[in-house]
Ligand binder design. Structure first.
Ligand code: CTP
Ligand code: CA
Length: 228
């Protein structure tokens, strides 16, 4: 554990971050995943730590190294990430959901490796838990409601889709980024359109290692605005 000065902006705060992709099993050797590197979430964990917070990082499969002083919780599936987040939420002051959680998983993963037989194959999928939406519902019932930050990955209508997500999930802040065609996912640079009730700010295109502390600064600013 790293000792932080008591006057650091997030001193005494517990920050919970989700990061990376999820892997949803098809059979013992195959899965449905996505191209998330986890880089943004890991950079946010380091930035929150640098701002003085105690940080827990619930992450899916990634090659990123755990930042010093951050508690890592390794998960693979949306279901496991959901459990890890929900059990930690009551002790959380700030939740930042940066994970690229699978929206669907195989409805009946095979116990044995699927053998090829037919020329085509259908895979039945079911919806996964929406971790952030469930966390927001639980947060509303807690004596000390955590500050909720989500991401929105969109290929079109960035502002409209992101603001709808913010309102529908009941978030304090949403950070929207364009995805597709070499943007955001698996890359080191990103631009974020950050939206809250009655305001917005664009964090211009820059390496995720710089973007992360800029977003943490904005979270601190909005958190202070909520509390005063
Ligand atoms: N999220 C989550 N659990 C899920 C899906 C998404 O916690 N099962 C979180 C993401 O971490 C992100 C936010 O919800 O902070 C928005 O994710 P996104 O994929 O952009 O939106 P969805 O709500 O999944 O809607 P859609 O994919 O249809 O745009
Ligand atoms: Ca989604």
């Amino acid at each position: 554990e790293l000792l932080q000065p008591a006057d650091a902006p997030l001193a005494g705060r517990q920050v919970l971050i989700t990061a990376g992709p999820t892997f949803e099993p098809i059979d013992p050797v195959r899965f449905i995943g996505n191209r998330s590197s986890g880089r943004m979430g890991f950079a946010l964990a380091a930035a929150a730590r640098d701002a003085g917070a105690r940080v827990t990082l619930v992450h899916g499969p990634t090659a990123e190294a755990m930042p010093a002083g951050v508690e890592g919780v390794a998960t693979e599936t949306a279901a496991a990430m959901h459990t890890a987040v929900m059990e930690r939420l009551p002790a959380t002051d700030i939740l930042i959901a940066a994970a690229a959680v699978a929206d669907y998983r195989p409805a009946a993963p095979h116990a044995q490796k699927i053998k090829k037989s037919d020329p085509t194959m259908n895979l039945a999928l079911e919806r996964t838990e929406d971790i952030l939406a469930d966390a927001a519902r639980q947060a509303a019932t807690l004596p000390r409601r955590p500050f909720l930050v989500g991401f929105a990955a969109e290929t079109e209508h960035l502002r409209e889709h992101a603001d709808a997500k913010r309102r529908n999930k009941g978030l304090d802040l949403i950070a929207a980024n364009r995805v597709g065609e070499g943007l955001a996912f698996g890359t080191s640079d990103n631009e974020l359109l950050c939206l809250w009730e009655g305001g917005e700010r664009t964090l211009p295109n820059q390496p995720k290692a710089q973007l992360a502390p800029a977003l943490i600064d904005l979270v601190i600013e909005r958190l202070n605005a909520r509390e005063t």
